[in-house]
Ligand binder design. Sequence first.
Ligand code: SAM
Ligand code: SF4
Length: 318
Amino acid sequence: MIDKSGRNIEYLRVSLTDRCNLRCLYCMPEKGIEKRSHFDILRFEEVEKIIRACAKLGINKVRFTGGEPLILKGIDELIKNTASIPGIEDISITTNGILLADMAEGLKNAGLKRVNISIDSLKPQKYDKITRLGDIGKVFKAVEKCLSLNMVPVKLNTVLMRGINDDEIEDFIDLTVDNPIQVRFIELMPIGEGVKYFDRCSMKVEEVLERYPELIPVEDDSKVASVYKVAGAKGSVGLISPISCKFCSLCNRIRLTATGTIKPCLHSAEEINLKPYLKDEEKLIEVIEDTVYNKPEEHHLERDGKSDTVRMMYQIGG
Ligand code: SAM
Ligand code: SF4
């Protein structure tokens, strides 16, 4: 699908739930969120219907996210069914990894190709503080399991926060030396709970290069990350800078929220509700095609200092 700015939109990110088993400070309020009725949330059959329609329009890559996607029963079945949709070539998930160690093999057998595991500290106490409910041992086990299953590169998502985890940059980079791991440093975005930390803690990912000039740039087909490596390392380091160096002109993605709306741009308030069209595939395809064609050309996060979206990150999935 080519949008009006000439970009080829081939990647769908699906947030399956807004619930989560963690409460990361920059993402979810400590007390959690109000539980939505099951009727508000798309059922897996409905998600599959939308993915099928998107695949007919040229989407070939799907990522499941949340909230936390792995708290949902039947996600392996959803992955299996998605893998059987003609045109879908790549299925991945973004997860906090807490439940992943025991589920990884089943998910791989269902058709999951790759995982991104979010981990903002390697130190147990700090990890507890950031996630409020997490057990870092479970995340380490998940990383090891995915490496042993050869689901590589295992990508680790780390939101860089000055004064919170910027003292661990080197420790994260060290992980990439002997393991096929890509550590991805991500700039904190002023969205949801992130607004509270933005002024004090945000930092440009470029600082990673200033502090570690030995990182060598490498070719990579990522649309969002600039990729580097320590000489001779098995893994790599990705820098993702939605704020300091936005990648709107390369953006190839659209997002589906758990309540059934399509978001053509992460930081725009614009959303189209697909629920009324679920019974009519032709109309569904038409609405998605129109939404994609009119995808906003760019966001203005760097200018406005805040996102225009009314959604929280746990509703969009990153
Ligand atoms: N629960 C899963 C996880 O944590 O990987 C998937 C959903 S989570 C919303 C997806 C990603 O969004 C995580 O890597 C998280 O760190 C990131 N994220 C959440 N709020 C953010 C913010 N304000 N700025 C930057 N990244 C954020
Ligand atoms: Fe949950 Fe992911 Fe948000 Fe953390 S970042 S609270 S794990 S949805």
